[in-house]
Design a protein around this ligand. Structure first.
Ligand code: UDX
Length: 435
């Protein structure tokens, strides 16, 4: 049985380590943060991801899964998965590759002969070849492949164990064969296998995320037109979605995409295309980014239009802070950005998110936070629905009306049952719906 190391135990790494262990492999997760390692070693996940903590606990208890800060612990491993982050650089659109480079340099001296380093992080095209050269310079007997990860937050375990496809970028058959052994159980269940060269495997990931971002910004552009033409984007999305060439998923109009992937990936892709002399090919992504950020401003305009131009002293209940439901992640969250901007405009903002309050508060300590939806809604002049948690869909508009001062709700996710809210006597507004 092969033995694995997983370098970087954040979102991607912790999930990958637990998932590989659940397939029966021995796995050692390595991270430079002792606090993270200590928590994971006890079976505790330092972020919220449905199903992951149960799996992690089970695998740590099985004895197959261990965590350490000591890189020498990887010396017996056959495969080393690099799962560290590639955030946006502070002063440019490009990705910051510091962690990927550091991970490779930490692994190289300990990687045994014949072992395979497998990059899973999202990187600018050309990085894998550069890392392969770097690896060979210090450890000629090790090899490198790229195997992009497509997991969605909220479905991380499911997406790792039952992905839509497995993509491997390799330079030889031996590397592909090792990866086939790693994923043998997934392949048996019929998951498509795609062998690619290194650059194509890197591009698949950013191309997929660019397409998803484009789909969302497309429907948000249609929302803008619907607003101008007195149409309804939710009906439009439903109608075009029936065409299987278009498909109905990722056509939910609203305040747009955020999170740790889509925004930074499209920006890094543009920066890389620029370096490669292919700037024009990705010029449209600039517009995708702009439409996405504009949705946040349009939401704030709706608040001003429905309440008053001057937001000073108005109490605004914000339902949701995470960038999407079933996550406590507030990285580049449209919800939190809108809340912070409304607060900066003088409003008294009270946020409630079922899981992301702590992360949001750490980011914006001066915003108001409530421990329950009821506390958040109490005496509000206006309610903003910004992350589509089931808990918010389940709210009873009749009961909520008794809690607030002003029965005005703006649905930033087009997810609430408008008829129900209207029937209860609410003024109901949403992006892309004028009537
Ligand atoms: C994404 C990709 O889906 C995943 O394949 C990749 O590996 C990492 O990036 P994730 O960041 O978890 O995953 O979120 P995703 O579910 O794609 O949603 C991204 C954002 O788009 C969220 O803010 C979500 O609210 C928004 N979104 C999604 C919309 O605004 N409308 C939609 O129709 C769908």
């Amino acid at each position: 049985m092969l033995k694995f190391s997983v370098i970087g135990t954040g979102y991607l790494g912790a999930t990958h380590a637990a998932a590989m262990s659940s397939l029966g492999f021995e796995v050692i997760g390595v991270d430079i943060e002792p606090a993270k390692v200590a928590a994971l070693s006890k079976g505790k996940v330092p972020f919220y991801e449905p199903g992951l903590e149960e799996l992690l606990e089970q695998e740590v208890n099985s004895g197959r899964l261990k965590f350490t800060t000591d890189f020498s612990a990887i010396k017996d491993c056959d495969v080393h998965f690099i799962c560290v982050g590639t955030p946006q650089q502070k002063d440019s659109l490009a990705a910051d590759l510091t962690y990927v480079d550091a991970a490779l340099d930490a692994v190289a001296p300990h990687a045994k002969a014949g072992s395979l380093v497998v990059g899973k992080s999202t990187v600018p095209v050309g990085t894998a070849q550069r890392l392969l050269n770097r690896l060979k310079a210090t450890n000629p007997s090790a090899d490198l492949a790229w195997n992009p990860e497509f997991l969605r937050e909220g479905f991380a375990v499911e997406d790792t164990l039952r992905p839509n496809r497995l993509v491997v970028g390799v330079t030889n058959d031996a590397a592909e064969n090792i990866l086939k052994e790693v994923y043998a159980q997934l392949l048996e269940s019929g998951i498509p296998w795609i062998r690619a060269d290194l650059p194509t495997s890197e591009l698949v990931k950013v191309a997929a995320n660019s397409f998803l971002a484009t789909k969302i910004s497309f429907i948000n552009a249609m929302a803008e037109v619907c607003e101008a033409a007195a149409g309804d984007v939710t009906v439009l999305a439903k109608a075009i979605g029936y065409d299987p060439r278009i498909g109905s998923r990722f056509l939910q109009a609203g305040i747009g995409f955020g999170g740790g992937c889509l925004p930074k990936d499209i920006r890094a892709f543009m920066a890389r295309a620029d370096e490669l002399g292919a700037r024009q090919a990705l010029e449209f992504l600039r517009e995708i980014d702009a439409i996405n950020l504009r949705a946040r401003q349009r939401m704030i305009e709706l608040v001003r239009a429905d309440l008053s131009e001057d937001l000073k002293g108005k109490r605004i209940a914000v339902l949701g802070a995470a960038f999407k439901p079933d996550s406590d992640d507030v990285r580049d969250s449209p919800a939190l950005d809108i809340a912070a901007q409304i607060h900066a405009a003088g409003a008294n903002v009270i946020i409630y998110d079922p899981k992301a309050n702590a992360n949001a508060q750490a980011r914006f300590p001066r915003l108001g936070f409530a421990a329950t939806a009821a506390e958040c809604l109490k005496d509000a002049d206006l309610v903003l629905h910004l992350t589509e948690w089931q808990e918010f869909k389940d709210l009873d508009p009749i009961a909520v009306k008794k809690m607030v001062k002003g029965a005005i709700i703006i649905d930033g996710r087009n997810h609430l049952d408008r008829e129900k809210w209207l029937a209860a006597g609410w003024k109901f507004r949403a992006l892309g719906r004028t009537h």
